[in-house]
Design a protein around this ligand. Structure first.
Ligand SMILES: *Cc1c(COP(=O)(O)O)cnc(C)c1O
Length: 220
């Protein structure tokens, strides 16, 4: 199946309020351009260097989302252009993003990543850590980052009940957080294997790679 066919069939299933992030990690610029010419302007990458190279090479109206784990010493490479950083999981990282954003005199939109999976390999804050972070004075003083919402990844399992439970949990944290941060609007949850469940549970942004571009031949 072609990228266009895949993209069209996924887009048909997405409600209007759900944004599609086409996850292009490991894929060549030709594949990205094929999606681009079929109307896709939002792409997700999980390595800062790879994303930066693609940003340099490709049309400047593409929105680049960093969906992977972010190393603090690499924030500077993407601070000029990144549209949304999904995986923010510490105040330290947020402070570095703020510092680099200031250099470019811009505001960088961020999502806070919440740990919802059973596996302890996945990054993210728990609910108590989230509340501590957003209640801290240091957080309130950051003028160049904007928290747009939350992101989470469900356990990699065929147990749909488990996945649904984890997405429900993330949505409940999102709803609670709205009392402290009323402007938040983005709930990034759902990938190729579980995005339909995620949308049923309140996702507003899905990150889909292999169902658009085909399988990746490594463990990214
Ligand atoms: C790779 C990746 C995706 C996309 O995964 P697919 O299963 O290919 O859709 C989504 N989110 C994150 C954080 C990823 O690293």
């Amino acid at each position: 199946m072609s990228i266009k066919t895949n993209l069209d069939s996924i887009k048909r299933t997405l409600p209007d309020h759900v944004t599609l992030v086409a996850v292009s990690k490991t894929k060549p610029t030709g594949s990205i351009m094929e999606a681009y010419h079929n109307g896709q302007k939002v792409f997700g990458e999980n390595k800062i260097q790879e994303m930066t190279e693609k940003w340099e090479a490709l049309p400047k109206n593409i929105e680049w989302h960093m969906i992977g784990h972010v190393q603090r010493n690499k924030v500077k490479y993407m601070a000029e252009f990144v549209s949304l950083i999904h995986g923010v999981d510490s105040l330290k990282l947020l402070k570095e993003i703020n510092k680099q954003a200031k250099k470019y005199n811009r505001m960088i939109p961020c999502l806070l990543q919440i740990h919802i999976a059973e596996e302890n390999t996945k990054f993210g804050l728990d609910k108590a850590e989230l509340m501590t972070l957003i209640d801290s004075l240091e957080f309130k003083e950051l003028g160049n980052v904007k928290i747009e919402g939350l992101m989470g990844m469900a356990t990699y399992t065929s147990d749909e009940g488990q996945i649904r439970k984890e997405f429900k949990f993330l949505k409940s944290i999102f709803d609670d957080l709205q009392s402290s941060l009323p402007h938040i609007s983005v709930l990034s949850m759902g990938m190729s294997g579980d995005y339909k469940i995620a949308i049923e549970e309140g996702s507003t942004m899905v990150r889909i790679g292999s169902s658009i571009f085909g399988e990746r031949n490594n463990s990214y």
